[in-house]
Design a protein around this ligand. Structure first.
Ligand SMILES: Cc1cc2nc3c(=O)[nH]c(=O)nc-3n(C[C@H](O)[C@H](O)[C@H](O)COP(=O)(O)O)c2cc1C
Length: 323
């Protein structure tokens, strides 16, 4: 399945692993890239040395392309981290929050592509004007920090605004090949998938996270500022309810992270065998597609399923719809 995205990234399938902080570490990134998708490390929860070690681990396991995602709003000067990303052999830098104007030229001078996460048309236009090479249009259905516009409405409007200049990738609530087929129909050149890849054996996740995803329905998430101070789609629980009931206690980003950590509710990025996690109040970012997840599936198998199901979905349209 070849698109403008697969051509630009040098990959086989238009399926990108979201650079999820606390989840997308070397084993998951390697599995997705080796399967012909695009693996992306989620470095927002990593120190610089840890990020370097994760990049070396990916490089040792595969020579396929991979990327690194940083939450740009969390870092004042991106240049040192981006230099490490370039030196580590990544072919793509993904800016998670905000347009990374200051580092676009640096990345391009070293042959590294810049991707920007966007929740609004205006963000996508600014990103492309700043020189970004790919935009991810992320709808509100998405797990993690998210905006208010739904994927179905956002993607075609971003495609109309910038799709003639850069590939647009759809994100938010996409969990199988039907979502990939729909994204292609909306004009996207591929998908950026988060939550579905958490429920894989390769993903890092604190105890209770994957189990919670398996039993949560499509209405079991909420957008809350309880964990980071920014609007974040997470599994709804008594902790998110507390801040719904006491909104004046919320601190702005990133101060609220100190509060949720002190409350023993924030362990994103902790090892899979971390102790003392209370799943009834823990920070479990998840998108609305969570209701469709009822088993762990290997990451490579997931990439294959996305492509096979998308091809089947596209073929099935012509048998179901008389044109
Ligand atoms: C656990 C988790 C952590 C995330 N961390 C980041 C991050 O550090 N940077 C970023 O750009 N996006 C982050 N996101 C958002 C994803 O990149 C992606 O846009 C989102 O997961 C797509 O929606 P989906 O979860 O419905 O597939 C995160 C999402 C999840 C679920």
């Amino acid at each position: 399945m070849q698109t403008a995205l697969t051509d630009l990234l040098g990959i086989e399938h238009p399926v990108m692993l979201a650079g999820m902080g606390g989840v997308s570490y070397a084993p998951l990134v390697t599995a997705v890239s080796e399967a012909g998708g695009f693996g992306c490390l989620g470095a927002s929860t990593m120190g610089t040395d840890e990020m370097g070690a994760e990049m070396r681990a990916v490089r040792a396991a595969t020579d396929k392309p991979f990327g690194v995602d940083l939450l740009t709003a969390a870092t004042a000067d991106l240049t040192p981290a981006v230099r490490r990303i370039i030196e580590g052999g990544a072919s793509v830098f993904v800016a998670g929050l905000g347009v990374p104007r200051d580092v676009v030229e640096l990345c391009h001078s070293r042959g590294v592509l810049v991707v920007n996460m966007c929740g609004k048309v205006r963000h996508a236009v600014l990103a492309v004007e700043a020189g970004c090479d790919i935009v991810v249009a992320q709808g509100t259905e998405a797990g993690g920090h998210t905006g208010q516009v739904a994927t179905m409405a956002l993607v075609p409007q971003v495609v109309d605004a910038v799709g003639d200049r850069v590939p647009v990738v759809a994100a938010g609530g996409i969990f199988d090949g039907r979502g990939l087929a729909a994204a292609l129909a909306l004009g996207a050149a591929g998908v950026w998938v988060g939550t579905r890849f958490i429920a894989t054996p390769e993903a890092r996740a604190v105890p209770g996270y994957k189990d919670t995803l398996l039993v949560t329905g499509e209405d079991g998430t909420t957008i809350s500022r309880a964990y980071t101070g920014k609007t974040c789609r997470v599994i709804r629980n008594p902790y998110t309810q507390y801040f719904d009931d006491h909104p004046t206690e919320l601190q702005p980003f990133p101060a609220q992270i100190r509060r949720s950590s002190a409350d023993n509710a924030f362990h994103l990025g902790a090892p899979s065998d971390a102790e003392g996690i209370d799943p009834t109040k823990e920070f479990f970012p998840a998108g609305q597609g969570v209701g469709a997840i009822d088993e762990l599936v290997g990451a490579a198998e997931l990439v294959r399923r996305f492509v096979d199901e998308a091809e089947a979905a596209l073929a099935a349209i012509s048998s179901r719809v008389a044109l």
